[in-house]
Design a protein around this ligand. Structure first.
Ligand code: S3P
Length: 180
């Protein structure tokens, strides 16, 4: 039986390519791309690193929760979530109908390599041993990320390739992508 998807959520660890893939996927669908972290930063007019530093992680998580709750009303969108949002075990509960969820998988080593291109933007990896930190986080979060309906391994794959695989997965499983 076919089902209709009108919004796609990309979840996964920092550096898994949620924003880059989201942009390409949205363009391919003619949908809007929304970066949840960017939305939050624009709303508060403050970079995430500064929010962590000045108000702490709990404050950031609460803002992230309300930002995402508002974004889930949108249709015809691909949303790149922040890497911690889908780390809460109940994140799939109460998603509105028509939400397709995709976990972009990445190893800790690869993730740290990718985020090093943007220094100072990931406060949780701001440690002397970022790979160890990332490894522990990936391990503890993976059961929550795994609640996504679909998963794609991003290791060694280009952004375009990952986006194309997501489109193939959806069409191959009789999912109709419709922004209405
Ligand atoms: C976080 C991931 C970041 C950002 C914040 C916390 C996390 O987003 O939301 O630094 O807890 O994994 P990206 O996954 O886009 O890097």
């Amino acid at each position: 039986m076919s089902a209709t998807v009108c919004r796609i959520l990309l979840v996964g660890f920092m550096g898994s390519g949620k924003s880059s893939v989201g942009r390409v996927l949205a363009a391919a669908l003619g949908w809007r791309f929304i970066d949840a972290d960017q939305t939050l930063e624009d709303d508060l007019d403050t970079p995430i690193a500064a929010l962590f530093q000045e108000h702490g992680e709990a404050f950031f998580r609460e803002k992230e929760r309300t930002t995402m709750a508002a974004l889930l009303d949108e249709e015809g969108v691909v949303i790149a979530t922040g890497g911690g949002w889908a780390a809460q075990p109940q994140w799939v509960d109460g998603l509105p109908p028509g939400t397709g969820t995709v976990w972009l998988q990445v190893t800790a080593v690869e993730a740290v390599g990718r985020v090093q291109a943007e220094p100072g933007k990931r406060p949780l990896l701001d440690s002397d041993e970022p790979v160890d930190t990332a490894r522990k986080l990936v391990e503890s979060r993976s059961p929550s990320y795994a609640l996504a309906e679909w998963k794609v391994d991003t290791e060694g794959r280009s952004v375009e390739d990952v986006s194309a695989r997501i489109l193939e997965m959806f069409s191959g499983n009789d999912l109709i992508l419709d922004a209405e």
